[in-house]
Design a protein around this ligand. Structure first.
Ligand SMILES: *Cc1c(COP(=O)(O)O)cnc(C)c1O
Length: 465
């Protein structure tokens, strides 16, 4: 393919993309295909000879698009959104063309220096104090893994990497019973073991871990000769938006000298609005904080912002410097690959620069404020209906409900019927051992009318059931 051909097809793809996103409301949100439908349309072995791009593009529309769940659909109310604001898509497209590998400062100084600056813009946007330094990880899961590895190495005097875990003291890490599965996985991968992740019961409207229980669990472990290594708190956990009381968690951690990590993967974006920051009062006392600009802020996946009060302890855990990765004759540079487990890194800061410059922080705040108020208004409309009960109250734009006195099976049947209908997309969850329907809003371009469609769809389909 010549670069002139590339330009031709890239323009065609841009036109196709703009049409796709402009007419996306006409599509059912969740793919309506059955398992195996798409695989049946794909050849079982690779071609020996090449095919022209016209043909490939046509096949793409025919084969791929029916099996796509439209994550950029304004009525995507399932999971959490994974946004891709147009300005951010442009930056990703450009980054894909330059295709730099940004593992070291010298492998693209612009990427490193922009990353430092963009994370500081985000820090200011969130109202975090000076002193936090940031890095972009590929996912919140990776940031949490980096934090758990730091907890491990710090508690083992940095001997885990050298000696392995055999014969080391039994480490313990604490979190609430509401945390995301990525916490459990980080514990597995770090070799600490599921049984050493102590899940503290949650209480109160925000489902925070009980600080007395946390304190008691740590005291009991110490008495038994186990070694507490860290605490992981959540602001806006996935199930129902649980938020820990960060001041009390930080106080316990400081008393015991434990490393702290805060998972605000979803809710962190909302902290650009000062009025929501009461949900994470005390965040500034944490050692490590992660949030995903690729969720609610609008940056295209993948982009996880990871803030550290002391990057040195993370670097001590992860940095490794063979001769071929050294940069000689410079100092005061950052090699971000020393701050994460993968060596290779994409140019992710560019999309943050495009995003924040194009919309401005005020533009980004307005979107999040609208999502929260439209979602909460929908919650009130459903509450006023006879057939529904609100199970958990809105935390930002997330709340859960179910048909009144419905069995778990009936609740699931309703979610499935709603998603088969296609106008909106919702997911189910469990609250206190019972099935609920989860609603959250955060698609970058959603409008108030999309919430009217949500109300009509939910009430119509429930009535039909
Ligand atoms: C989405 C989410 C994660 C996982 O994020 P990835 O970037 O996909 O790893 C972790 N924690 C919470 C609370 C989340 O909402």
């Amino acid at each position: 393919m010549s670069w002139d051909d590339f330009a031709h097809y890239a323009k065609a793809a841009a036109d196709w993309g703009a049409d796709y996103r402009k007419t996306i409301r006409d599509q059912p949100v969740r793919a309506q295909t059955k398992p195996g439908d798409i695989a049946a349309l794909l050849d079982t072995s690779p071609p020996e000879t090449g095919t022209g791009l016209d043909r490939i593009m046509a096949d793409f529309e025919r084969v791929v698009m029916p099996g796509i769940t439209h994550w950029q659909h304004p009525r995507f109310f399932a999971y959490f959104n994974s946004n891709a604001a147009p300005a951010s898509v442009l930056a990703e497209f450009i980054a894909a063309i330059i295709a730099p590998q940004c593992m070291l400062w010298q492998t693209s100084p612009a990427a490193t220096e922009m990353e430092t600056r963009m994370l500081d813009w985000l820090r200011q946007g969130l109202g975090l104090p000076r002193g936090f330094q940031g890095v972009i990880q590929d996912s919140a899961s990776s940031a949490t893994l980096a934090a758990v590895l730091t907890m491990r190495e710090r508690a083992l005097n940095f001997r885990g990497n050298i000696d392995g875990l055999h014969g080391q003291p039994q480490l313990r890490i604490y979190c609430s019973d509401q945390v995301h599965s990525s916490i459990d996985r980080a514990i597995w991968v770090a070799g600490i073991g599921q049984n050493n992740l102590v899940k503290i019961r949650t209480t109160g409207d925000l489902r925070h871990m009980d600080p007395m229980d946390l304190e008691a669990a740590i005291a009991e472990d110490k008495l038994a000769g186990r070694v507490p290594a860290g605490i992981i708190a959540a602001t806006g956990a996935t199930g129902m938006g649980a938020c820990d009381d960060l001041e009390s968690v930080a106080a316990v951690a400081e008393e015991h000298g434990l490393y702290t990590h805060l998972d605000a993967a979803w809710a962190g974006s909302a902290m650009i609005c000062p009025e929501f920051r009461t949900l994470w009062t005390g965040a500034e006392r944490f050692d490590s904080i992660v949030f995903n600009p690729h969720k609610w802020l609008g940056a295209q996946f993948d982009c996880a912002a990871h803030f550290l009060r002391d990057p040195d302890v993370l670097r001590q855990t992860l940095a490794i410097r063979p001769e071929y990765l050294k940069t000689h004759g410079t100092h005061d540079i950052i090699d971000y690959s020393e701050w994460s487990t993968p060596l290779g890194r994409r140019f992710r800061a560019l999309k943050l620069w495009f995003l924040m410059r194009h919309y401005g922080m005020e533009g980004l705040r307005n979107r999040i404020r609208n999502h929260v108020s439209w979602s909460q208004a929908l919650c009130e409309r459903l509450r006023a209906e006879d057939g529904f009960e609100i199970v958990t109250e809105p935390i930002l734009s997330l709340w859960t409900f179910r048909p009144k006195s419905a069995s778990d099976e009936a609740t699931q049947t309703l979610v499935d019927a709603i998603n088969d209908d296609g106008r909106i997309y919702l997911t189910q969850g469990m609250v206190d051992g019972r099935k609920v329907i989860r609603f959250q809003a955060g698609q970058f371009d959603c409008e108030e009318r999309d919430f009217d469609v949500a109300f009509d769809t939910i009430t119509e389909i429930a009535r039909r059931a």
